[in-house]
Design a protein around this ligand. Sequence first.
Ligand code: ADP
Ligand code: MG
Length: 603
Amino acid sequence: MPVIGIDLGTSNSLVSVWRETSAELVPNALGSVLTPSAVSIAEDGSVLVGQAALDRLVCAPEYSASGFKRFMGTDKKYFLGGQTFAPEDLSALVLRKLKDDAGQWLGEDVNEAVISVPAYFNDAQRAATKAAGRLAGLRVERILNEPSAAALTCRLYDQSTDMKALIFDFGGGTLDVSIVDCFENMLSVMAVSGDNQLGGRDFDRQIALGYCEANGLDLDLLSPLAQADLLQRAEACKRELSNRKETLLHIAAGEAAGKLVLTNQKLIDMSGPLFQRMGTPVRRVLADSKTRLREISHIILVGGSCNMPVVQAFLSRLLRREVGHPFSPDTVVGLGLGIYAGIRERREEVRDIIMTDICPFTLGTSVVGSREDDTLHMASIIERNSPLPCSRVKKFRTTTANQTKVHVDILQGEEFYSRDNLLLGEMTLNVPPAPAGKECVSVRFTYDINGLLEVEGTVPSTGEVRREILLGKRSGMTEEEARQRIQALAALKRPPHEEEEARALLAWGERLYAQTTGDERTAVVLAVEDFLKACAAGGPVALARGKKVFREVLERVEKFSAGYGLLPSDDMDDADAFDVDDNDAADADPEGMGPPPSGSVLQ
Ligand code: ADP
Ligand code: MG
């Protein structure tokens, strides 16, 4: 049975496998290796996953969702088309789609996967990811940190040297920075840091806010449809800026009508605080791993947002060297998972690679602060970034006279007060009555490579020992609950593989219909009608021809509605802006770019 590797992203997911002597990315039914992590329930009750769902997010937002990875491990619920979904249900639908696509491509069933998560994910988020795999009918024995996967890809490509890599993973919703150390066949994450609320989406929002400001609008007061439309256009503009100097965000009519000419320099000017936040985890990871900048041999760019010239320029300055490497930031994690799938299958070429990991968060217990302040504080036992496996013990004294019980909270997190950290479990130990501080308990935490935490509490004076196994075991679901949820998800229809392209084209058409007016809208309507006729006529040749024509019309309308180079004649004055600011406007060449606004020098 093949093992598949899945990069389950906030914005896009990839699936990859080990074939013969290398990792290969698996294309989906639409021929793309990137599948947007979006889910939509269609009118006929079937589940659409990927590009079609992303398009429906604009025209049928109440039936569609994306970005749910940000809420893995929380109680958030999504209501789509009258049904309730937890974030892990939606992730399960994405995983099921990737599993089906991989099965189709490989020509055999798949039931085991390695899934990656940001190194910064806490235990609840990891457990939710495993649960999602289970709900999708996948055995998930190993969760891999995304930076480890990225480093694996580079390692296989560049085996000649010792390598100490700084991995900057800037995706749609999260930023993760890590340092990975490689020597011979060993590969180890040394430190991780990040900001799990910072990503490409924040740039989209910044552009949308800039657009609103320029046009006297208030983003929050726009209807949900207009907001979704504007954010989708802002994202398209941002991508355009990765390839050209200047772009135009233009909405011809409706409540959000207006325009904004955007250059990379303008984007830098409007996103100061975002750049400031990007520098913080880089400094922290270097400090935590006691690494000097000049010891870093490789800088690995990961995540779609690293395609942005402004991000690359910022990093070049921050890290004082050119950044860039042979891998596309979009696929470097996905490929690493394919390599890891090969390791799990014990393929000859890769089976000797040894990967070690670190504990990405601090584990500890509560102690009373001081006599004046009885708020509970966190006392760390295993500090974040400790190499795994890891076992540490600490002693704690009683705080009151004749105390007979010592309560041990088991906490995870970096916050000062216990209440702000995640409570993983509790344990109570009995101690003989004695004056305050005379009795003590010793608490040992052992955290292994599979994410299992064993807590052992001992009372030295009586010899009492208690053990508790936590973390890795928590799936948040009982057997019965898992069974019911698997059934509920299985009951949701999925469109047949061969229909997927047509459905995706139709969803695209619907989105453009919602986003356009006038002649463009008429063109969309006519094209949809023609395409439906071609579908009804049957026959593979007619259908293929119909798809081609339909796609061409949609591409034209998309271009036109985005307004590239198509300013109406009375707007020609503004069009001059295309030529004037050659000096200020940054182009794709990072050297030509003004300095990012802040935090650009490492201390
Ligand atoms: P995740 O790991 O969160 O799924 P990805 O690595 O797929 O994210 O990155 C998605 C983000 O990258 C989105 O915000 C998207 O807008 C952005 N992105 C993708 N390609 C480009 C590009 N060429 N230029 C600018 N931004 C891009
Ligand atoms: Mg990613």
